[in-house]
Write a protein that binds this ligand. Structure first.
Ligand code: ZN
Length: 244
Protein backbone atom coordinates (compact mmCIF):
# COMPACT_ATOMS: atom_id res chain seq x y z
CA UNK A 1 0.00 0.00 0.00
CA UNK A 2 1.35 3.43 -0.89
CA UNK A 3 0.94 5.81 2.01
CA UNK A 4 0.99 9.57 1.69
CA UNK A 5 3.99 11.28 3.21
CA UNK A 6 2.58 13.27 6.11
CA UNK A 7 4.73 16.13 7.36
CA UNK A 8 4.60 16.05 11.13
CA UNK A 9 6.11 18.57 13.54
CA UNK A 10 6.31 17.60 17.20
CA UNK A 11 6.55 20.60 19.51
CA UNK A 12 7.64 20.31 23.12
CA UNK A 13 8.56 22.74 25.87
CA UNK A 14 11.58 20.46 26.43
CA UNK A 15 12.46 21.90 29.82
CA UNK A 16 11.40 19.25 32.37
CA UNK A 17 13.64 16.73 30.62
CA UNK A 18 16.66 18.97 31.20
CA UNK A 19 16.05 19.74 34.86
CA UNK A 20 14.23 16.79 36.46
CA UNK A 21 16.03 13.46 36.81
CA UNK A 22 12.84 11.39 36.85
CA UNK A 23 11.71 12.86 33.55
CA UNK A 24 15.18 12.69 32.03
CA UNK A 25 15.34 8.98 32.87
CA UNK A 26 12.12 8.26 30.96
CA UNK A 27 12.62 10.67 28.06
CA UNK A 28 16.35 11.46 27.87
CA UNK A 29 16.16 13.28 24.53
CA UNK A 30 12.78 14.83 25.27
CA UNK A 31 9.19 13.66 24.94
CA UNK A 32 9.10 15.03 21.38
CA UNK A 33 12.13 12.96 20.33
CA UNK A 34 10.64 9.88 21.98
CA UNK A 35 7.38 10.25 20.05
CA UNK A 36 9.40 10.81 16.87
CA UNK A 37 11.34 7.60 17.50
CA UNK A 38 8.07 5.70 17.92
CA UNK A 39 6.77 7.17 14.66
CA UNK A 40 9.92 6.07 12.83
CA UNK A 41 8.96 2.48 13.73
CA UNK A 42 5.15 2.67 13.70
CA UNK A 43 4.63 5.02 10.75
CA UNK A 44 7.80 5.34 8.68
CA UNK A 45 5.80 7.20 6.04
CA UNK A 46 5.65 10.22 8.36
CA UNK A 47 8.23 12.91 7.71
CA UNK A 48 8.92 14.11 11.24
CA UNK A 49 10.67 17.16 12.60
CA UNK A 50 11.11 18.48 16.11
CA UNK A 51 10.55 21.94 17.51
CA UNK A 52 10.79 23.31 21.01
CA UNK A 53 10.16 26.41 23.06
CA UNK A 54 13.79 27.49 23.27
CA UNK A 55 14.43 27.27 19.52
CA UNK A 56 14.36 30.51 17.51
CA UNK A 57 10.73 31.49 16.94
CA UNK A 58 9.82 28.51 19.20
CA UNK A 59 10.93 26.32 16.32
CA UNK A 60 7.84 27.41 14.39
CA UNK A 61 9.13 29.61 11.62
CA UNK A 62 6.91 30.31 8.61
CA UNK A 63 8.99 27.86 6.62
CA UNK A 64 8.35 25.07 9.13
CA UNK A 65 4.67 25.84 9.67
CA UNK A 66 4.06 26.07 5.92
CA UNK A 67 5.54 22.60 5.64
CA UNK A 68 3.61 21.00 8.49
CA UNK A 69 0.51 18.88 7.89
CA UNK A 70 0.03 17.98 11.54
CA UNK A 71 1.45 19.72 14.62
CA UNK A 72 1.62 17.83 17.92
CA UNK A 73 1.95 20.03 21.04
CA UNK A 74 3.25 19.05 24.47
CA UNK A 75 3.38 21.94 26.92
CA UNK A 76 3.01 22.12 30.67
CA UNK A 77 4.52 24.91 32.79
CA UNK A 78 5.51 27.51 30.24
CA UNK A 79 2.43 28.12 28.10
CA UNK A 80 2.80 31.86 28.74
CA UNK A 81 6.29 31.88 27.16
CA UNK A 82 4.87 31.16 23.70
CA UNK A 83 4.49 34.57 22.01
CA UNK A 84 1.03 35.47 20.79
CA UNK A 85 2.18 36.08 17.21
CA UNK A 86 3.37 32.44 17.02
CA UNK A 87 0.05 31.25 18.41
CA UNK A 88 -1.78 33.32 15.79
CA UNK A 89 0.25 31.72 13.01
CA UNK A 90 -0.54 28.21 14.33
CA UNK A 91 -4.25 28.95 14.61
CA UNK A 92 -4.30 30.51 11.14
CA UNK A 93 -2.62 27.44 9.66
CA UNK A 94 -5.33 25.26 11.18
CA UNK A 95 -8.32 27.40 10.20
CA UNK A 96 -7.33 28.48 6.72
CA UNK A 97 -4.94 25.80 5.52
CA UNK A 98 -6.21 22.67 7.27
CA UNK A 99 -3.15 21.90 9.40
CA UNK A 100 -4.04 19.27 12.01
CA UNK A 101 -3.39 20.10 15.66
CA UNK A 102 -2.97 17.44 18.35
CA UNK A 103 -2.92 18.72 21.92
CA UNK A 104 -1.22 16.28 24.26
CA UNK A 105 -1.89 16.03 27.98
CA UNK A 106 -1.41 19.45 29.64
CA UNK A 107 -1.72 21.22 26.31
CA UNK A 108 -5.37 21.54 27.38
CA UNK A 109 -4.40 25.02 28.58
CA UNK A 110 -1.86 25.80 25.87
CA UNK A 111 -2.54 29.05 24.06
CA UNK A 112 -3.13 27.45 20.63
CA UNK A 113 -5.61 24.92 22.04
CA UNK A 114 -7.50 27.59 23.96
CA UNK A 115 -7.68 29.77 20.86
CA UNK A 116 -8.76 26.88 18.66
CA UNK A 117 -11.57 25.59 20.87
CA UNK A 118 -12.58 28.96 22.29
CA UNK A 119 -12.64 28.09 26.01
CA UNK A 120 -10.01 28.11 28.77
CA UNK A 121 -9.66 24.30 28.81
CA UNK A 122 -9.55 24.16 32.62
CA UNK A 123 -10.16 20.82 34.30
CA UNK A 124 -9.88 19.00 37.63
CA UNK A 125 -6.64 17.20 38.34
CA UNK A 126 -5.16 14.97 40.99
CA UNK A 127 -2.39 12.56 41.87
CA UNK A 128 -1.05 9.90 39.52
CA UNK A 129 -3.12 6.72 39.57
CA UNK A 130 -4.43 3.89 37.42
CA UNK A 131 -6.45 5.00 34.38
CA UNK A 132 -8.81 2.90 32.27
CA UNK A 133 -9.35 4.42 28.86
CA UNK A 134 -12.60 3.39 27.18
CA UNK A 135 -13.01 3.38 23.43
CA UNK A 136 -16.50 4.86 23.07
CA UNK A 137 -16.41 5.38 19.28
CA UNK A 138 -14.81 2.26 17.80
CA UNK A 139 -15.84 3.28 14.27
CA UNK A 140 -13.70 6.43 14.42
CA UNK A 141 -10.40 6.38 12.48
CA UNK A 142 -8.49 7.34 15.65
CA UNK A 143 -9.89 4.26 17.40
CA UNK A 144 -8.84 1.90 14.62
CA UNK A 145 -7.26 -1.21 16.15
CA UNK A 146 -7.84 -0.02 19.72
CA UNK A 147 -9.58 -2.44 22.08
CA UNK A 148 -12.80 -1.72 23.99
CA UNK A 149 -10.68 -0.44 26.86
CA UNK A 150 -7.07 -0.48 27.99
CA UNK A 151 -5.23 0.31 31.16
CA UNK A 152 -2.50 2.80 31.92
CA UNK A 153 -0.97 1.77 35.21
CA UNK A 154 0.04 5.32 36.12
CA UNK A 155 -1.26 8.59 34.73
CA UNK A 156 -1.99 11.97 36.18
CA UNK A 157 -5.69 12.21 36.95
CA UNK A 158 -7.47 14.68 34.71
CA UNK A 159 -11.17 14.85 35.53
CA UNK A 160 -14.45 16.51 34.75
CA UNK A 161 -15.57 19.17 34.66
CA UNK A 162 -13.43 19.88 31.59
CA UNK A 163 -14.12 23.32 30.19
CA UNK A 164 -14.26 22.66 26.48
CA UNK A 165 -17.07 23.10 24.00
CA UNK A 166 -18.98 19.92 23.25
CA UNK A 167 -16.52 17.95 21.06
CA UNK A 168 -17.63 17.16 17.53
CA UNK A 169 -16.63 13.57 18.22
CA UNK A 170 -15.81 11.95 21.55
CA UNK A 171 -13.58 8.93 20.95
CA UNK A 172 -12.24 8.07 24.41
CA UNK A 173 -13.54 8.43 27.96
CA UNK A 174 -11.36 7.62 30.96
CA UNK A 175 -12.02 6.34 34.46
CA UNK A 176 -9.51 6.78 37.26
CA UNK A 177 -8.99 4.59 40.28
CA UNK A 178 -10.13 7.26 42.74
CA UNK A 179 -13.46 7.72 40.98
CA UNK A 180 -13.09 10.56 38.48
CA UNK A 181 -14.07 10.36 34.83
CA UNK A 182 -12.82 12.44 31.91
CA UNK A 183 -13.38 13.03 28.19
CA UNK A 184 -9.86 11.93 27.29
CA UNK A 185 -9.99 11.81 23.48
CA UNK A 186 -11.92 14.67 21.85
CA UNK A 187 -12.14 15.76 18.21
CA UNK A 188 -12.99 19.23 16.97
CA UNK A 189 -13.23 20.70 13.49
CA UNK A 190 -12.03 24.28 13.16
CA UNK A 191 -12.20 25.91 9.74
CA UNK A 192 -10.44 23.54 7.35
CA UNK A 193 -8.48 21.92 10.17
CA UNK A 194 -8.95 19.08 12.60
CA UNK A 195 -8.03 19.20 16.27
CA UNK A 196 -7.59 16.27 18.66
CA UNK A 197 -7.11 16.52 22.40
CA UNK A 198 -5.60 13.42 24.03
CA UNK A 199 -5.09 13.12 27.78
CA UNK A 200 -2.19 10.70 28.45
CA UNK A 201 1.37 11.99 28.56
CA UNK A 202 2.32 13.18 32.04
CA UNK A 203 6.08 13.69 32.08
CA UNK A 204 6.79 11.22 34.91
CA UNK A 205 4.58 8.47 33.47
CA UNK A 206 5.36 5.90 30.81
CA UNK A 207 2.27 6.46 28.67
CA UNK A 208 4.20 7.20 25.48
CA UNK A 209 5.71 3.71 25.81
CA UNK A 210 2.24 2.13 25.76
CA UNK A 211 1.38 0.33 22.49
CA UNK A 212 -2.22 1.58 22.45
CA UNK A 213 -1.15 5.17 23.06
CA UNK A 214 1.42 4.81 20.29
CA UNK A 215 -1.22 3.50 17.91
CA UNK A 216 -3.68 6.25 18.81
CA UNK A 217 -1.06 8.91 18.05
CA UNK A 218 -0.37 7.41 14.63
CA UNK A 219 -4.11 7.17 13.91
CA UNK A 220 -4.61 10.74 15.12
CA UNK A 221 -1.90 12.11 12.83
CA UNK A 222 -3.42 10.32 9.83
CA UNK A 223 -6.91 11.55 10.75
CA UNK A 224 -5.81 15.15 11.34
CA UNK A 225 -3.73 15.39 8.19
CA UNK A 226 -5.26 17.62 5.51
CA UNK A 227 -4.28 15.01 2.90
CA UNK A 228 -6.01 15.93 -0.32
CA UNK A 229 -7.87 19.05 0.77
CA UNK A 230 -7.97 21.57 -2.05
CA UNK A 231 -7.28 24.79 -0.19
CA UNK A 232 -9.73 27.51 -1.26
CA UNK A 233 -8.45 30.98 -2.11
CA UNK A 234 -7.47 32.32 1.31
CA UNK A 235 -8.74 35.84 0.70
CA UNK A 236 -12.05 35.69 -1.13
CA UNK A 237 -12.96 38.67 -3.28
CA UNK A 238 -15.20 39.79 -6.08
CA UNK A 239 -15.77 37.14 -8.74
CA UNK A 240 -16.68 37.59 -12.36
CA UNK A 241 -19.73 35.59 -13.42
CA UNK A 242 -19.04 31.86 -13.31
CA UNK A 243 -22.04 31.09 -15.53
CA UNK A 244 -22.14 33.58 -18.37
ZN1 ZN B 1 0.87 16.23 33.83
Amino acid sequence: MIMNKIKVTIWNEFRHEKTEDEVKALYPDGIHAFIAKNFSVDAPEFEVRLACLDDDECGLTDEILNNTDVLLWWGHMFHGDVPDHIVSKVVDRVFRFGMGFIALHSAHISKPFQRLVGTNGHLSWGENQKELMWNVMPSHPIASGIPEHFELECEEMYGEPFHIPQPDELVFVSWYKHGNVFRSGCCFTRGLGKVFYFQPGHETCRSFYDPNVRKILVNAVRWASPNDIVIPTPNCGFREKIIK
